[in-house]
Design a protein around this ligand. Structure first.
Ligand SMILES: [Zn+2]
Length: 90
């Protein structure tokens, strides 16, 4: 299980259940009320509710580039664990 509030564009996530195509890795293509995902194996795009994604996601395979910290704060607010691993990026 991963913290879906910490999603970034370009993140690649491994899902608990395999896609019918056999792939289990999805790239984050849109972040909003729903999360846009693209199957990295067959290119199928889906929208998934955050709560569903939170249940199905197993782990990050790779992380997208962080946004500018100012923009990230505006979008997500101050994360409670700010400072852990993020300070070096500023
Ligand atoms: Zn697929």
């Amino acid at each position: 299980m991963i913290d879906t509030l910490d999603l970034r564009m370009g993140d690649v996530i491994r899902m608990a259940r395999k896609h019918p195509c056999g792939g289990d890795q999805w790239e984050v293509t849109r972040i909003g009320a729903d999360i846009g995902l693209r199957c990295t194996t067959c290119d199928r795009r889906v929208l998934m509710e955050r709560v569903t994604l939170r249940k199905r996601a197993k782990e990050y395979v790779s992380r997208g580039a962080p946004l500018d910290p100012e923009i990230e704060r505006a979008l997500f607010g101050d994360p409670p664990d700010a400072g852990e691993g993020r300070e070096g990026l500023r």
